[in-house]
Design a protein around this ligand. Sequence first.
Ligand code: GCU
Length: 405
Amino acid sequence: MELLHITSLRQGADGSHKDAPNYANYGEAKANPYPKLPEALVFQNGKPVKTPADWAKRRQEIAELFDREVYGRMPKVTPAVKWEVTSTTREKNGDFDVITRKLLGHVDNSAWPEIKVDIELNITLPVDAKKVPVVLELGFTRPFPLRPGVTPPAPQGPTWQQQVLAKGWGYAVIGPNSIQPDNGAGLTQGIIGLVNKGQPRKVDDWGALRAWGWGASRALDFFATDPGVDATKVAIEGHSRYGKAALVAMADDPRFAIGFISSSGAGGAKLHRRNWGEKVENVASTGEYHWMAGNYIKYAGPLTPDDLPVDAHELIALCAPRPVFISSGSLEAGDGWVDAKGMFLAAAAAGPVYKLLGKKDLGTTEYPPVETTLIDGDVAFRQHKGGHTPGPNWPTFLQFASRYF
Ligand code: GCU
């Protein structure tokens, strides 16, 4: 805050206490304080963007603003990663015979040996796989720790991994926290700390979301060397904070063929200008600012979300012409915080860029009822009736992805 010359920030929304004066807004009347979005198809000098060649230039303007003000700049040079397979197991997942490899991606730390980064990656392919598509999840590489005495709910129907295997594809999971810790104190550690030689960030240095995406790209480097994987058909998927990171990864790395962006909310696919559930002020606060560039904090005071030179529709547009599936749960089942409508509006507003590139938009700008499947275009959207989970939308995503893979 000192670097930004800021002494105080506006308070975020309270998501838990209904009686709190700053309880999160869940009503349309107050949801759109800043209805005018930055125009994706107008150059900074005011000239219109008319052709795909124009867009290639405009894209750079937009990417620069996201780098500087929102997610922070990825360093021009990042250390090399050497992948080591630490175990190979032939096993069964449901009815499928698979081979699972566990890997560690050793990041070259010769420039600053005090910080060690070993990226955790698991990949499972059908046995005898030759050049199969792979879905890469930013998620948990080890079983999620449950409290003692708590048993996990029995899975209903095939897991997402089994649904992927049923297509003949493989799946992989990369552990974001092994790339970059998920807290502010960790900014002098992980890949961000390593590149900065243990020093704090500058205001436009990258945050955790972009660092997690960087790690996913390094997994993709490994896939490109693996004869089992078709590296031109790799999907990136993530949920919640990892949904945000998956969208950033998609925007950053054109080698990701398709994205499944689940309940990404604020800092992800949801418009920063919306006031519904989580707000810019929450993302800029102590628990989450490390996801973003330091500069992003300015927009929680004295600047406002309306001062942001870009918004989430332009992040989705940075993925064009590649297909992106924006997913949400429902308000009723507890996923109101992520603002499904704010994500829908961003997906819809990315449409003109997809169309300029000869692709199809969402097909509507009317926010549809829960469980409406909008997957005919190259930007897709579906709000399932469940809660804060990608679960119920896996079949829809895989149907969408099958059109491309
Ligand atoms: C919090 C946070 C969200 C985030 C979520 C998660 O709810 O406010 O921005 O997406 O945690 O990652 O589970």
